[in-house]
Ligand binder design. Sequence first.
Ligand SMILES: [Zn+2]
Length: 78
Amino acid sequence: MTDRPHLIARVRAEFARSEQEKSCHFFPLPEENSLLPSRLRAYCGFAIVPGQAETLDGPAGMPCVHCLLVAALTDSDK
Ligand SMILES: [Zn+2]
């Protein structure tokens, strides 16, 4: 979809309580930063704790529509 580094992740099932947490979200990766922040903030504003998240190779299950839209708009800027 893009050259821009995205991280696609969702809250692991044992931690997911809401529909939003069960959705997979798109996270912008820092361009030049090897340190993983303590919290990742998705395009939609949803914050995820890396230890409670699983990263996905691609969208799986129910994607977060807001994240999809923002990611698509961000891609078109490049
Ligand atoms: Zn989202």
